[in-house]
Unconditional design. Structure first.
Length: 334
């Protein structure tokens, strides 16, 4: 039976990169059926609801979704739909790999890092967020649990073992955030004991950022809490040539939602110059998740070769092409 994928095209550059990516997936002949559903600003326009029940029902039924970026306005207003989806489907591990690719003008070669970010708790959930009536004081509660820390760390070590990686670094701020980051570190250390075959390192988040930009080869798999993981994974994207090359998977027990690290990029939306590769590399993760490794490898190879030969690639990679020409170049190699 063919796999049905729920597709959320998203806002900003979302529809541009999604249609290019679906063309590539069709050329790969995966036999997927796509169920297009809305979320975010498009859903609000069309259905008066940021996250319609039909969208949730589709994801629940298909258990796999490919999602474009959704805009979340800064300041007070509606809550992030991305955060809401991760919470609703209990997508506890956000897996964000970056790899150096020949043909990119990045500062380093040989970077190969996977950030595993806790995705359902911590600062991102902003529990009990309040702004005082006079607008002078803001507060927000950060909750970290043993369960959340345990399962995301275990996911990171299992991933390391499955993919023959050598090291997991626990990234924290337990010296200052003694309760919330302290609990994450204590629990993660306990989990690490179950994986004697994998080296476990610990690093404070600020030092991690410095070492990442000076000596990224020190890192292999990183596991950390929600906000730190968000920042570190963008930093890692910068190490390999930018957000146009950074994919991501939100993994839960029942459902997985695949989305690139980047946002809706309002500064380039509508110009058809967005790099589709972050979403296509996200599709590679989705294919692996669906145990379609042969197609995953073929797609990854076609993306890598297109970039190495700098064939019709987008301006973020200093190319002269656009979203569609980049997708065509990848299709020609499939
Ligand atoms: N998962 C998500 O849906 C998600 C993730 C991050 C941000 N956002 C939202 O996106 C909106 C814009 O956020 P932002 O501007 O801070 O971050 P962004 O990731 O959208 O853009 C940051 C920079 O990277 C560039 N960029 C991003 N993706 C690119 C691509 N595929 N090709 C070429 N260049 C690319 C943009 O042009 C911009 O200069 C905000 O509303 C934010 O909340 C959504």
């Amino acid at each position: 039976m063919s796999q049905t994928i729920s597709v959320i095209s998203g806002d900003g550059i979302g529809p541009e990169i999604m249609s290019a990516s679906i063309r590539v997936l069709d050329a790969l002949d995966c036999g997927f059926t796509y169920e297009y559903v809305e979320a975010g600003l498009n859903a609000l326009d069309q259905h008066g609801d940021l996250l319609p029940e039909a969208t949730l029902e589709s994801i629940r039924r298909n258990r796999v979704a490919l999602k474009g970026p959704l805009t979340t306005p800064v300041g007070m207003g509606f809550r992030s739909i991305n955060v809401t989806l991760r919470e609703l489907f209990d997508l506890y591990a956000n897996v964000r790999p970056v790899v150096s690719m020949p043909g990119t003008h990045s500062r380093f070669d040989g970077v190969d890092i996977i950030t595993v970010r806790e995705n359902t708790e911590g600062a991102y959930l902003a529990a009990d967020a309040l702004l005082s009536e006079d607008g002078n004081t803001a507060e927000s509660k950060m909750v970290i649990t043993r369960k959340g820390s345990e399962r995301v760390t275990r996911y990171a070590f299992e991933l390391a073992r499955r993919t023959s990686r050598r090291k997991v670094t626990l990234v924290h701020k337990a010296n200052i955030l003694k309760t919330v980051s302290g609990l994450f570190l204590d629990v993660s250390r306990e989990v690490a004991k179950d994986y004697p075959d994998i080296e476990c390192a610990e690093m404070i988040v600020d030092a991690t950022c410095m070492k990442l930009v000076m000596d990224p080869q020190l890192f292999d798999v990183i596991v950390t809490t929600n906000l730190f993981g968000d920042i570190i994974s963008d930093l890692c994207a910068g190490l390999v040539g930018g957000l146009g090359l950074a994919p991501g998977a939100n993994i839960g027990k029942e459902v997985a939602i695949f989305e690139a690290v980047h946002g809706s990029a309002p500064d380039i939306a509508g110009r058809k110059i967005a790099n589709p590769c972050a979403l296509l590399l996200t599709a590679v993760q989705m294919l692996s998740h669906l145990e379609m490794q042969e197609q995953a490898d073929r797609l990854h190879g076609a993306i890598t070769n297109t970039i190495a030969e700098r064939d019709r690639i987008t301006p973020d990679l200093a190319g002269n092409g656009n979203t569609d020409s980049f997708a065509d170049a990848i299709i020609s190699r499939l």
